[in-house]
Design a protein around this ligand. Structure first.
Ligand code: TEU
Ligand code: CA
Length: 529
């Protein structure tokens, strides 16, 4: 296997912050978040200490899947502003030491993309996957003069771009090889799209459904080959840029060519169990196929850190220095941390874990103040994926202050992209900025701690001293981390921690070799005093 250029140095220090552009800040009062709104709020991000922003898709789109249905990959959506506004955002972010990543929707387009409307009238076109006749299972009837049907990648209106099939099947004559003209054109198009945005100062991409490119691809070997080729191109053309995959299996995606991958609510041989076993308490976004589980960050204390730690160990061991694993608090497809019966008092311990475990942390906008997942919202731009799977609850407007519309927008409340969390007690940035005991301040201090204690970053060693509740580990032989996500107090014996100096702690007592953690207690201690 050809090796790749090492990841740019800045990535190891990245603290990601995911912005759902519709819902972060609205500068012009139309109720929809926009680039200028984000620019106006960059000081919040700089103050918080995050240094790498990922924007969900902000390209021209009919928005039937909230922008994951792209109709022009080189044009920004008018709802978010102009190309100049995006350039201004990138420039102002850069002045504050913040990089900006876009979302690359690599595997499909909107059915309104000109590539697709052309293909729907041209039987010779092979940019998409087209069955020449009939309606094979999973296909969608042709909307154009061309007979037959096309293969969608997600929703029916998101036709899969053709990157070929890894293997033929005489019963499925539409299967083409990975080196056919269409797949080559699509690979070239991806390079062109990346080149365009990177040339404008963007720092890389989160790649949507990165595992989806080549069809019927056991072990994703041919899909990996596509990404390997793109990474080699990127290494030469844009060596400071990064690719983060929405794949959910770092030991496969990083060797394929990604600089980092996320633990996700799906992916890998346990279908996302690693992430869900930490956070998912069975409320919020729930896929019917997921077996109920007791998550580790549940007050019952019935969960276990093991599924996560196991999956992390396997991935971390496989990656070595070749790339990184990112641990998100949530994302635009998955419940926020503050969901269902989970209460605000349970969030500090979760953030202490996220910001001290050897990964690249990714904070989903609003989680830093403990915004709640809002249940039972009507479908919005494709948010509903299943009877219990509504993504809108994680996409509500950022709660800046207690003014009208929480400072998100000056539009009438019924014109907002999504309604605000209706709770009168909803947390706000302004209130938490004024209160040093708030979650927001804790998150800020924990991020700051990572820059003075590089041992807490993704590369430092980790040694688990006590599994379960309390969960106790040491980073870099020096920083002791104590976590008790359970409601009840928990104790254990650990030699030689009596003199450890608290850097950030609440509810943890160290006495000789006895360690006691109150319910929801957390602490980071310096063992060197
Ligand atoms: O998501 C792909 C995806 O597989 C998830 O939506 C998954 O099905 C869900 O989280 C259940 O676990 C990506 C984007 O993140 C999502 O917003 C898009 O809708 C989708 O691709 C299509 O582009
Ligand atoms: Ca707006």
């Amino acid at each position: 296997m050809t090796s790749f250029r090492p990841a740019p140095g800045w990535l190891a220090d990245a603290v990601f912050y995911q912005i759902y552009p519709q819902s972060f800040a609205d500068s012009n009062g139309d109720g929809i978040g926009d680039f200028n709104g984000i620019t106006e709020r960059l000081d919040h991000l700089a103050w918080l200490g995050v240094n790498t922003v990922w924007l969900n898709p902000c390209f021209k789109s009919p928005f039937r899947d909230a922008g994951y249905d792209v109709s022009d990959d080189l044009a920004v959506a008018p709802r978010h502003g102009s190309a100049d506004d995006l350039a201004g955002l990138v420039d102002e972010a850069g002045r504050r030491g913040i990089r900006v990543l876009l979302d690359l929707v690599a595997g499909h387009t909107s059915d309104e993309h000109p590539w697709f409307t052309a293909a729907a009238d041209d039987p010779a076109d092979d940019r998409y996957i087209w069955a020449p006749e009939g309606l094979p299972e999973g296909f969608v009837p042709s909307p154009g003069t061309r007979p037959g049907a096309y293969l969608p990648n997600f929703f029916a209106f998101q036709p899969a771009l053709n990157f070929g099939y890894a293997q033929g099947n005489p019963a499925e004559p539409w299967r083409g090889p990975v080196d056919a003209e269409g797949p080559r054109a699509n690979r070239a198009a991806l390079r062109g799209i990346m080149d365009h945005w990177l040339g404008l100062g963007l720092s890389g991409f989160r790649v949507d459904m990165a595992a989806s490119l080549v069809k019927d691809d056991p072990g994703r070997r041919e899909t990996a080959a596509v990404w390997g080729g793109l990474r080699r191109w990127l290494d030469d053309a844009h060596p400071d840029a990064v690719l983060l995959s929405e794949w959910g299996e770092p030991e496969v995606s990083v060797p394929a060519g990604f600089h980092a991958d996320f633990f996700l609510q799906f992916g890998g041989d346990t279908d996302g169990l690693a992430l869900r076993s930490l956070w998912s308490n069975g409320t919020g976004t729930v896929n019917e196929a997921w077996a109920p589980l007791d998550c580790f960050f549940d007050p019952s204390g019935l969960g276990s850190p093991e599924p996560f730690v196991e999956a992390w160990r396997r991935a971390h061991g496989a990656l070595g220095a070749s790339g990184f694993i990112s641990l998100p608090t949530a994302n635009h497809d998955f419940s926020r941390l503050n969901c269902g019966p989970r209460t605000a008092e349970q969030l500090p311990v979760a953030f202490t874990f996220q910001l001290t475990w050897p990964t690249l942390p990714a904070i989903y906008y609003g989680d830093e103040i403990g915004m709640r997942y809002v249940p039972d919202l009507p479908d919005k731009e494709g948010s509903v994926l299943g009877p219990r799977y509504n993504r809108a609850g994680s996409r509500t407007p950022m709660q800046w202050d207690d003014g009208p519309n929480a400072g998100f927008s000056s539009a009438p409340a019924d014109r907002l992209y999504l309604p605000l969390d209706p709770s009168p007690a909803r947390p706000t940035v302004a209130a938490q900025r004024a209160d040093e005991s708030s979650l927001l301040h804790l998150v800020r201090r924990l991020i700051a701690l990572r820059s003075v204690a590089p041992e807490l970053g993704p590369d430092g060693s980790v040694e688990v001293l006590h599994g379960g509740y309390p969960f106790v580990h040491v980073r870099g032989g020096r920083y002791l981390v104590v976590l008790n996500p359970a409601r009840k107090s928990r104790s254990c014996r650990i030699d030689g921690v009596g003199g450890a100096r608290p850097l950030e702690a609440a509810g943890v007592r160290l006495d000789g070799s006895s360690l006691t953690a109150d319910g929801f207690a957390y602490g980071v201690f310096d063992l060197d005093g």
